[in-house]
Design a protein around this ligand. Sequence first.
Ligand code: ATP
Length: 371
Amino acid sequence: MTNHSNFTIAVLAGDGIGTEVMAPCVELLDAVCAAVGGFTLSWNHLDAGADHYRRTGVSIPDEALAAARQANAILLGAMGLPHIRYPDGTEIAPQLELREKLDLYAGVRPIKTFAGLPLPLASPKAANLDAVLVRESTEGLFAARGHCQMDGDNAARDTMVITRHTSERLFDFAFELARQRKAQGFAGKVTCVDKANVLGSFAFFRRIFDERAERYPDIEANHCYVDAAGLRLVKSPWEFDVMVTENMFGDILSDVCAGLMGGMGMAPSADIGDQQAVFQPCHGSAPDIVGQGKANPIATFLSAALMLDWLGKKHANKACQDGAGMIVAAVAAALRNGQLIPYELGGTAGTAQISDAIMGQVEQPVAASLK
Ligand code: ATP
């Protein structure tokens, strides 16, 4: 499928601002590719999402799913629109189907703040956050999606699923990540976030975490109940290194983490399996700002950086990893002087201005310094 340097990327721009942030992201990746050399990217643009469902009755066609499977990586914008729903009232969410169908169990949500942005926490420590939330992405409470048991109009029951197989892989992923980060100077600590004091499913989750922790004696392992984790994320998020949690808790906490970074438009993600991976911003299609040029593309750019890093590690291509570093450095350089404040953080910089500023850093100083 790959010759280690020529990569096919399936692009699912999706709905709403997904298309607005994906266009400059593809341009940025082309520029990074040209600046670094050593790898090529070819694009396979695929149609899927809520609007596709409205037009065709299908959220993601089989051919698009097959093409995504064939690609070296999948880059996704955003999917779902509140006014387009399945007959049972739930939103169209092919991104969740992709996670389940491609077995992308490890949802990586970096929590990284950039200097130059107004952030919600006043402490100087909050301006230097660098942690990762790992969200299980194929089971947990989301496994109940489409299987809600209705008792007439009197009760509704959704069942949470925690399996040993997925939990073991998830925890191993989190410990390996902490180990890689420790080699870069981070704490080397994994915190299991659960509700083991109330639910048997979470007691099982924690027991498997403790079992796997024994295999990583060089990494500190501890636990935190999800309610306490919410408190600590707001009061002292710098205490965390790698956090690992169930799907629904991860969904909620990753928005808290996005808030710590300044907003949804700053938060990237990667959903990683043993073979494939999807890279997308944490945000949704943001219908409230669509068509206004206000969407912050940085989360998508940082997701593209995660993609290059993953491709580089998977295929032993250092140029790809350099490309990832170039994107992060370009974002940091563009924001550093405090003049580029996205709309969602109270500023006036929209999609075009932010994209131009970051593209300028790739084409000029950052590229020069890496060569
Ligand atoms: P979903 O359930 O599909 O993840 P959501 O309900 O979490 O979506 P979002 O679409 O992520 O909602 O939007 C949440 C809020 O954040 C909205 O006010 C939206 O305008 C804002 N927002 C999301 N993404 C961005 C972005 N890239 N730039 C600016 N604002 C954004």
